[in-house]
Design a protein around this ligand. Structure first.
Ligand code: NDP
Length: 332
């Protein structure tokens, strides 16, 4: 038997509870069994656990879109017992049982070898949010390399700054020598954002309301986890030839923008998806995280909770009450 969060959908309602499960019930559609050490609470886990958005498609479901642990059994040629692995996305925690559990059975093709220098806990402190932040940063880096943009030659905007994606993005960009401007609704956390490397902090209300199609050119790049008017205004205030990465929808799924920044300033908008990202890009992102992310800053953004606390944390993350990253000790 092992402990897991289990989501059920009785005739009326939607429930997520800590339950004891028989290993024999693990999904048959998997060829590697993993003893999970750490998982996390991402925004999408918040949606899944609370049922606020139809993220979960089949029931019963174990939530948890990511985990790190050790292979306990493998029928897959790439993995053997004892290998340290991590997983993000591929519908795990949505359509396939996920990581908020002491055990998981998944397809070996979905697993990434845990980089040598990362512990399971550090990997999940980064989690899907941090890995997505790195996918954004790497998209900007490819763009900048092509355009000949040097670190420090202009400001980079990070929205949703106190969130998981935002906190890691600030730390990564600052570590690369960029001048980072953090946009937040929690100005009281300005010192925290500066400790991660933000050069300055702006109120998210500056970007969150309808704005002009073209605004004063400011950003050489943007990491946006917020969407809606914020993303539209970020595009409208990006410098000629700059790039915007869009990965989230914390403000909204809409994009009330005009084409003006794209056709008059050559701005590029990159869509960032972590769930189905090709394996070479995943591995490159995790290697870069292992090699470049400042561990002290990572520790500063991380709060640890146990599996039993995960249901409450799901509501907190949707309400914007979580700062940085929540790691879940599935054995506590
Ligand atoms: P968090 O909840 O940790 O962070 C989101 C942050 O957005 C909040 O901390 C808050 O920052 C800000 N925010 C919240 N509500 C609003 C609002 N109404 N208007 C403006 N800003 C708001 O979530 P994550 O960092 O884990 O994820 C961020 C987004 O990225 C989510 O939408 C998530 O679904 C998406 N995502 C997408 C992925 C992909 O593959 N494309 C992968 C991972 C995440 P502050 O308090 O500083 O203003």
């Amino acid at each position: 038997m092992f402990n897991a969060l289990v989501i059920t959908k009785p005739e009326s309602g939607y429930r997520c509870e800590l339950s004891a499960i028989d290993e024999a019930q693990l999904p048959a559609a998997g060829d590697v069994t993993v003893r999970v050490a750490w998982s996390t609470i991402n925004y999408k886990d918040g949606l899944a656990i609370t049922g606020k958005s139809p993220v979960v498609r089949s029931f019963p479901m174990v939530p948890g879109i990511d985990f790190a642990g050790t292979v306990s059994h493998s029928d897959h040629p790439r993995w053997k017992t004892g290998d340290r692995v991590l997983l993000n996305g591929y519908g795990v925690g949505e359509s396939h049982w996920g990581g908020l559990a002491q055990m998981a059975r998944v397809k070996g093709d979905w697993l990434v070898a845990l980089p040598e220098s990362l512990s399971e806990r550090e990997a999940m402190a980064i989690g899907t949010a941090g890995y997505t932040a790195m996918l954004c940063v790497q998209a900007l880096q490819r763009h900048w390399a092509d355009a000949g943009v040097q670190p420090g030659s202009g400001e980079v905007l990070v929205t949703g700054a106190n969130g998981g994606v935002g906190s890691v993005a600030i730390s990564l960009l600052a570590g690369l020598g960029h001048t980072v401007v953090a946009s937040t609704g929690r100005l009281q956390e300005a010192d925290y954002l500066k400790s991660l490397g933000a050069a300055s902090v702006i109120d998210r209300s500056e970007l969150g309301a309808p704005g002009k199609p073209l605004q004063k050119e400011r950003w050489i790049g943007v990491v946006d986890s917020v969407g809606s008017h914020t993303l539209a205004n970020a595009c409208a205030s990006t410098r000629y030839g700059g790039a915007v990465t869009a990965c989230g929808l914390a403000q909204g799924m809409d994009l009330p923008a005009s084409v003006a920044p794209f056709i008059l300033r050559g701005v590029t908008l990159y869509g960032i998806d972590s769930v189905m990202a090709p394996m070479p890009r995943r591995v490159a992102a995790w290697e870069a995280l292992a090699n470049t992310l400042d561990r002290q800053r990572l520790a500063a953004i991380t709060k640890e909770i146990g599996l039993k606390d995960a249901v409450g944390a799901a509501s907190d993350i949707l309400a914007g009450r979580v700062r940085g990253r929540l790691v879940v000790d599935v054995n506590a």
